[in-house]
Design a protein around this ligand. Sequence first.
Ligand code: C2E
Ligand code: CA
Ligand code: CA
Length: 493
Amino acid sequence: MIGGSGTRIWIALALLPIAAVIYGSGVPMNELLTFRLGGAAYYLSILGALGVGYAFVIGLLDRKVRESHENGMNLVDPVTGLPGRDLLADRLQQLILISEREASHVPLVVMGIDRFGAVNNALGRDQGDVLLAELATRLETTLRESDTVARLSGDEFAILMPSAQDGHGATTVVEKVRAELEKPFMIGDVPVEISASFGIALSPGHGRDAKTLIWHASAALGAAKESGTRVEFYSPDRHELNAEKIAMAAELRGAIEDRELVLFYQPKSSMNGGGIHAAEALVRWVHPHRGMIPPDEFIPLAEQTDLMKPLTMYVVAEAAKQVAEWRNRGLDMSVAVNISARNLSDVEFPNDIVAVLERHGADPKWIEFEVTESTVINDQSRAIVVLQTLCDMGIRIAIDDYGAGYTSLSYLTRLPIHALKIDKSFVQNMAEQRQDGLIVKSTIELGRGLGLDVVAEGVETEVVWNELADLGCDYAQGYYVSKPLPADELVLN
Ligand code: C2E
Ligand code: CA
Ligand code: CA
């Protein structure tokens, strides 16, 4: 707010040299104002006053930008120097108002860098910022001066083109930008290649205000990324889908609160006669009208919303209660819980886990977390810190679906892990498919070489069990041993 105590100090500072000049010279105020001052000292003092005044104005502007951030406004992006979301919205709103008077369209393009998370990880965050700044410069030089390029979020930019009056104009600009992105960026001595996807929305058809238009262009970008088409116009059908997802997310939130989620347990059997001492917790939604909903139908929704944390905490609490109960009955059991990428990017997660385990009397040593390769690779540095903290607490970590995602071996040695779970797609057919058998064999060797427990999941037949036993696999999980079952139906020994 202009006129706060800080501002008053600035005004006082600005007036100080002037007051000093007047006082020192004895020149009356009116003479000063009619510029009848003589002598270099006076001019110097006036220059000084102007300097302080200038600093005052800059200070105010700086303060306004800072305040805009404090108020949650995003006027200028500090990394690229481009306008931020709020400044873009302001300019877009002006253009929409003008276009309404002229009965014309305003196209808005939202551009997203493909797989920026991976690029950022490979380069490191600082160099990632350099890349973003270079990209901003390239976009600005490619586009017209009258166009606005803004940064919306981490890897999303918006382009506003007052000269492009329809969808055709917008696609021409998109093609121009895509052609420019084909040239690699030099980050230090390293040439870095990136590509981008684009979503386009046009006022008034896709929205009559800036906020709606930005949201719809972003939704189109999401569709372009998902479908791999790279460029998509907003389509109201997708909006319907979003509304459906929003409704289902609300329902899932209620289901967690109302404890409609239940855990089934699938045993992991020792392959060298050691019996069953571990089970994986697998969540199901017992819907009051739709019956049992499998996790594949609602976990992705939780991943896309803020529900992953409450869902995981719920599952960990239930699993902790169960394992404590088994232990009280004298059963030497541990339980595995599936953890999502979102959990590992949350630095508070380990503390929350400690609290839940304590509340239910479960020792961290009885708990294993299963994480997929992609979970860890997406946000490596933070994920490693969180994993290490969990590991230091005594929780075991297993890499789930091993072989199904990225095949980067280097991270295996850098992560605090205890077990590898070979993805069921290789295990199921290993008896018939030579290639699958080879992958299973080499994964078992790799795991043993690294001192990890190796678990084969998706073991459906005796033939596969025997082959795995011959290869020296440590544990088997699958329908051949047992389907996932409610805890009270499990046969444990
Ligand atoms: P996953 O972690 O790979 O779990 C194994 C899935 O394979 C389970 O499906 C299990 O029922 C199934 N399965 C087990 N044995 C066999 C077999 O011999 N043959 C075949 N064809 N399939 C077998 P489910 O329970 O439907 O879970 C699917 C996925 O949902 C899980 O895959 C996991 O990624 C996710 N999920 C389940 N519960 C949770 C949870 O609590 N939190 C999170 N984040 N994800 C979960
Ligand atoms: Ca799993
Ligand atoms: Ca798995």
